[in-house]
Ligand binder design. Structure first.
Ligand code: M1P
Length: 268
């Protein structure tokens, strides 16, 4: 798949070589959870002849392959930089870079303490129902659910209502935060039945280190990093990178908006 990348000038020979455009995926390049339009892919290809392009998404690469690639086209050939799971899995010009993981970062001993503590806390919790998978181990985080991730849709909604009244998750987050104050972890209640636990700083800004290391690799200094995202308000998962001093942030409402901005900025 590195062959497709060779259709474009090398990074150091792009017409605007100090610039990279970085995109969030859902709601920015594609409608939420759906595939990118042919118009978007054509525009990105035209853009790539001028500047370097990349995406940064919270999901794993398989999800981004579904949304941005096709069965015959590997997503890693369509962008110069592919940052899945906020950059924990990173590709540069179709080649996999050394990644990172939650367990590698935290270490087995601390991880065991954290998980054991969560399971004991949940075991002592008296809530209306419990199902299975109370801790889900992911590459870049753990996801902790007092009711369990095996809850059905109906059970999910019921737990969510119960949680609104009894603050089960926020109370647990407060307790776990207090128990492990020096672990360097961030706790985030995003969905309906669980909360995420990940190292502080492992938001989308995590991927910027790879762009910075281009100086050493290819001699390209990305002094202008355009970031396009739709969840740029405080609390949204694009907020940190959008407001980071290293990026020029563009808040968009949908993929059409992204295309409009790109056409204006780069005269495409
Ligand atoms: O995207 C928000 C959250 O969605 C899911 O949460 P829940 O299962 O609680 O609804 C999880 O994938 C979680 O990791 C994610 O943050």
């Amino acid at each position: 798949m590195a062959e497709a990348a060779s259709l474009y000038p090398p990074l150091q020979d792009r017409p605007v070589k100090n610039t990279v455009c970085l995109f969030d995926v859902d709601g920015t390049l594609t409608p939420a959870r759906l595939a990118a339009s042919p118009q978007m892919l054509t525009l990105l290809s035209a853009l790539r002849h001028k500047v370097a392009i990349g995406f940064v998404g919270g999901s794993d690469l398989a999800k981004q392959q579904e949304q941005l690639g096709t069965p015959n086209i590997n997503v890693t050939s369509l962008f110069d930089f592919c940052f899945s799971e906020n950059g924990l899995t990173a590709y540069r010009m179709g080649e996999l870079l050394e990644g990172n993981s939650f367990i590698k970062w935290l270490g087995e001993e601390k991880y065991k303490k954290l998980v054991n503590w969560c399971l004991i806390y949940i075991a002592k919790l008296d809530i209306p129902i419990k199902r299975g998978t109370f801790v889900e181990f992911r590459n870049g985080m753990i996801n902790v659910s007092p009711v369990g991730r095996n809850a059905s849709n109906k059970e999910r909604l019921e737990f969510n209502e119960y949680d609104k009244q009894h603050n089960i998750r926020s109370t647990m987050v407060e307790a776990v935060r207090k128990e492990f104050p020096d672990f360097g972890l961030t706790f985030s209640i995003g969905g309906q039945i669980s909360f995420d636990v990940f190292p502080t700083g492992w938001d989308k800004t995590y991927c910027l280190q790879y762009l910075e290391s281009e100086k050493k690799l290819s001699g390209v200094d990305y002094s202008t990093i355009h970031f396009f995202g739709d969840k740029t308000a405080k609390g949204g998962n694009d907020y940190e990178i959008y407001s980071d001093s290293r990026t020029t942030g563009h808040a968009v409402n949908n993929p059409d908006d992204t295309m409009k901005e790109l056409k204006e900025i780069f005269q495409l």
